[in-house]
Write a protein that binds this ligand. Sequence first.
Ligand code: SF4
Ligand code: SF4
Length: 187
Amino acid sequence: MVVGEASGAAGTPVGVILRAVLRAMQVTLVNLFRTPVTVHYPEEKRAYPDRYRGLLALAYEPDTGEEACIGCRLCEYVCPPAVIKVEMLKGEKRNYAKSFSLELYACEFCELCVQVCPTDAIVMTKSFDLATSDRRELLLDKDRLHAIGLVHQQSWATGNKLRTMQGPPKQAAAHAAEPTAASGTKS
Ligand code: SF4
Ligand code: SF4
């Protein structure tokens, strides 16, 4: 090996140095003409993959334009690092979130809150565009979460879609619901 030769010699042979320099120049030349893999963000943005899930947001109901959140607090209960806080506001026809806060700086992006939401109110968006050097800006209240939902494209993965995907196949579910003699004899 070259290393062995070099260490065995009293001084570093000129040939070894030349070969190393040429190899380094070759790498530089190859990369000089290679298409860059980086982009000038934020002027230039990459197209996100279809299944990209980034920033969390709150959504409005598409039919009525009302806030979709009913303040049920399921997302608060399921959140592993407990970064969601919701207060329910009781209404005549339905309930709302009186207040909703999310500490994004401690969020794990596990998506559990999205998965349990019965009204598809909390969603992930196709953006990570909220970088800041001020941690306080990542404490999101209800208004900011709604604003993020209006600005950024929503991910395909809503709670209802995810729960449908994770459930058993329809046939198996129907079969499981049928009362059978076999099930009656089981423990
Ligand atoms: S993505 Fe996970 S960690 Fe983040 S708010 Fe939702 S449940 Fe909590
Ligand atoms: S976002 Fe969904 S799960 Fe969370 S409180 Fe609102 S309706 Fe309930």
